[in-house]
Design a protein around this ligand. Structure first.
Ligand code: FES
Length: 454
């Protein structure tokens, strides 16, 4: 099941790393965050090389719904209460600036990628208090926001929070053009990072600065990101004949849906769950049933799913990887907001590496203050990990794949919707033959002796 972006975009292939080399910065991961970071580093006069285990944009970038928005669910009221007005304002400004910067780049580089400005909305069918509070918080931080009780959605709402001047685009078309200005080695898998060297399956790269931008950092230590982050999956169906929407929408009620127009199509999303907790399946069926209710004349033209890293306090980790490795950097934990977070990462990391002032860096720093919310999430996350590890000792069935995760040993769970083995601990995934689909694991699952070869 491939996304509509993949189906219509062919990105030029790049050569794998041919020999050991030395550069100023090496970026691991050729998704949007990695490619933008390399682009801005080069613009700042810092030579950068990107390493990609597969193809440019072949990770999470190809599966996004590509909303370029500073509206990240109910975030601003919470940020003000938790971190104070000034830090919350930095978060808002960094994300608003990201939208502006996408537009500037699209115009400057002449990128034909369906970039459109449009409003973004949160909606609820049940309540207005949270929406009104979020609207006021956003306004206090300088975002042009408003509350309304009317909407263009095909069902009644109690209210909506509208952010003006947001945007959407075709992410792979954007990446294809941006990639012309970035040095990338595809089919080159980073296996290990030691000091100022990245060891790959094709050779080693020595660099002063090393950026981890491949979704979930594969290095467990230092940094311990596996203990501070989990992954979620969500599902999308692309509908023809569902009619036009001007804006992009996200429901805040339990089970709320996402709506996002793209040309003649409507992308309907939802069904989020912690990776590894979808034994019963039925997520696509749920979306198809909603689509049939809301748009009886629609036809499905594509369906796919996405995987997102979620941090304990909901704010991405962008900055120095760890105190122990001051020249390693990280960009991860974007939640469902990978487009603006990728641009924020590129701008913040470039400023840090170039030694420039960056007032926005503190709110995204992986070393930021540990909050009450983070403490609660840590307890829940640890509970899942302990359970996953404990199941490791139970009988592992008789299938050809031994369903224990090669990352840290948790018992994998079958995902009915995608015929995959998913890890409830940190979100690694494997196909039915045990081949690695998503990290932080770096290798395939073990197979039983005598199991048929691939
Ligand atoms: Fe960490 Fe599976 S992803 S144990």
């Amino acid at each position: 099941m491939e996304s509509i972006w993949t189906a219509e975009t062919e990105i030029r292939k790049r050569e794998p790393l041919a020999e050991d080399l030395e550069t100023q910065a090496v970026v691991i991961g050729a998704g949007l965050a990695g490619m933008l970071t390399a682009y801005y580093l080069e613009q700042a006069g810092i030579q950068a090389v990107v390493l990609e285990a597969d193809r440019i944009g072949s990770g999470q970038t190809k599966n996004t719904t590509a909303k370029i928005t500073s509206q990240h669910g109910l975030v601003y009221d919470r940020l003000i209460r938790t971190f104070g007005h000034s830090m919350a304002k930095h978060y808002a400004q960094a994300n608003e600036a990201a939208i502006e910067e996408y537009e500037r780049l699209v115009l400057e580089l002449g990128i034909d990628c369906d970039f459109v400005r449009c409003p973004a909305y949160l909606y609820s069918q049940e309540e207005t208090v949270l929406l009104k509070r979020e609207t006021e918080a956003a306004k206090r931080l300088g975002i042009i926001a408003s509350f309304d009780t009317r909407s263009e959605l095909p069902f009644p709402v109690a209210g909506v929070t509208k952010f003006e001047g947001q945007a959407r685009f075709q992410p792979l078309k954007f990446l294809e053009k941006l990639g012309e200005r970035v040095t990338v080695h595809e089919q080159t898998k980073a296996l290990k990072v030691e000091g100022n060297q990245v060891i790959t399956d094709r050779g080693r790269i020595t660099a002063k600065h090393i950026v981890f931008a491949a979704h979930f950092p594969f290095a467990n230590m230092p940094g311990y990101y596996f203990a501070r982050m989990y992954q979620e999956r969500s599902y999308v169906v692309a509908l023809e004949g569902a009619g036009a929407l001007e804006g992009m929408y996200l429901g805040i009620d339990p089970g709320g849906l996402s709506f996002r127009p793209q040309g003649e199509l409507l992308l309907l999303g939802g069904g989020s769950h912690r990776t590894g907790l979808n034994k019963g399946g039925g997520k696509y069926e749920m979306l198809r049933s909603k689509a049939a209710d809301l748009y009886p004349d629609c036809r499905e033209s594509a369906s796919w799913s996405a995987q997102d890293c979620v941090t304990l306090d909901g704010i991405p980790y962008i900055g120095c990887f760890s105190r122990r490795e001051p020249e390693w950097y990280v960009a991860t934990g974007f939640g469902k907001w990978g487009m603006t977070s990728s641009m924020v990462s590129a701008r913040v990391l470039t400023a840090l590496i170039a030694g420039k002032d960056c007032p926005e860096a503190d709110i995204f720093s992986p070393k930021r203050r540990f909050t009450m919310q983070a403490a609660k999430e840590l307890a829940i996350h640890s509970g899942h990990t302990v359970k996953g590890l404990a199941k490791h000792i139970l009988p592992a069935g008789t299938g050809e794949v031994i369903p224990n995760c090669p990352h840290m040993g948790c018992r994998l769970e079958w995902n009915m919707d995608e015929d995959s083995y998913d890890c409830p601990c940190h979100g690694s995934r494997f196909d039915k033959k045990g081949r690695l689909l998503d990290g932080p694991a770096q290798t395939d699952c073990q197979r039983r002796k005598g199991a048929a070869q691939r």
